[in-house]
Unconditional design. Structure first.
Length: 322
């Protein structure tokens, strides 16, 4: 791969992906809703090395903007990350979210199909989905494989299901090289504190600074699967290189941890002693009790394997926050 297009590249995962692609010598064209990100995850030199294309991809209802983007990037691979990633925000305005989380991807894929037929470009396209697509699975099912029924319980999960269905239908109908991910929880430096693990780190550090003896979280029993963002982008690059067209892949660690145990691990790494308590006000009524994935399909197809554990994620967050 020599040229890549990354949509939503100013976001958390987008910046980590751009960083990895640049390190591989890939020429990156990246979309951003407003302006290029400030140096942080990306260095100033890395920001300068990217061809940034600002603009609202959801605003245009025709394919002209997408065609122009493809003509500029001429990508070997497209990583479609653009969208609303915060679950409650999608529920606040599901109509707008449908246009963003589904509409952008559909127009991008259609433009890529026309670009292939007219200009001969045939990029691999990776469409990023979510474990929220699975919703609440039978409790005895254990780790969730790609064969599981999609039962989303949130509008966010529903938009990701819809995006995936459109994308894989295009792969099967038009012979396009499109793959989809169902990405489980992932974290690392730069992740916004509205999400659970970085929020826990902030609460623990505040607890230490204030001398408090307790931290408050939502549902203590919810079990989740966490992967370091660097392993996530490695999986995305592996899938763009060797994933099977028309297929969906779990991107996950395969290991579950309850919120209570995760909080205790953060406390331990930070050297803080405090009680972990639940607050009903922080619980979501649509919360899924168990969401842990099986990554065997991804491993078998690409040879990928995670290189970092949950403790590495926690340490990286603590180091970045201190």
């Amino acid at each position: 791969m020599t040229r890549a297009l990354v949509t939503g590249a100013e976001g958390f995962v987008g910046q980590w992906l751009v960083k990895a692609l640049l390190a591989d010598g890939v020429a990156v064209t990246a979309t951003t809703a407003t302006v290029p990100p400030s140096p942080g995850t990306l260095t100033a030199a890395e920001v300068a090395a990217v061809r940034w294309v600002p603009g609202d991809l959801a605003a245009s209802r025709d394919l002209a903007a997408m065609h122009q983007l493809l003509d500029v990037a001429r990508p070997d691979a497209i990583y479609h990350l653009a969208g609303i990633s915060y679950v409650p925000a999608v529920g606040d305005d599901p109509v707008a979210a449908l246009g963003i989380n589904v509409g952008i991807g559909v127009r991008l894929i259609e433009a890529a199909r026309e670009w292939r037929d007219q200009a001969g470009g045939d990029p691999a396209i990776l469409v990023i989905g979510s474990a929220e697509e699975y919703g609440r699975q039978p409790e005895a099912a254990g780790r969730i494989g790609e064969h599981a029924e999609l039962l989303p319980r949130t509008f966010y999960g529903a938009t990701k299901c819809s995006q995936e269905h459109f994308a894989l239908a295009a792969a099967r109908t038009y012979g396009m090289r499109i793959m989809a991910t169902r990405s489980f929880n992932h974290c690392g430096p730069g992740h916004a504190s509205v999400f659970l693990l970085p929020a826990l780190v902030q609460r623990v550090l505040r607890c230490r600074a204030e001398g408090s003896d307790r931290i408050v979280v939502g549902n203590l029993g919810s079990v989740r699967d966490y992967l370091h963002v660097a392993d996530v982008v490695d999986a995305y690059r592996a899938l763009a290189a060797s994933g099977a067209a028309g297929e969906a892949y779990n991107v996950c660690s395969g290991e579950g941890v309850s919120v209570a145990d995760l909080a205790r691990e953060v406390l331990e790494e930070a050297g803080v002693t405090a009680r972990v308590e639940s607050d009903a006000a922080l619980q979501r009524p649509v919360d899924v009790p168990y969401l842990v994935g099986d990554n065997a399909k991804l491993r078998a197809r690409t040879g990928w394997a995670p290189r970092r554990g949950r403790r590495d994620i926690i340490r990286d967050h603590l180091y970045a926050a201190s």
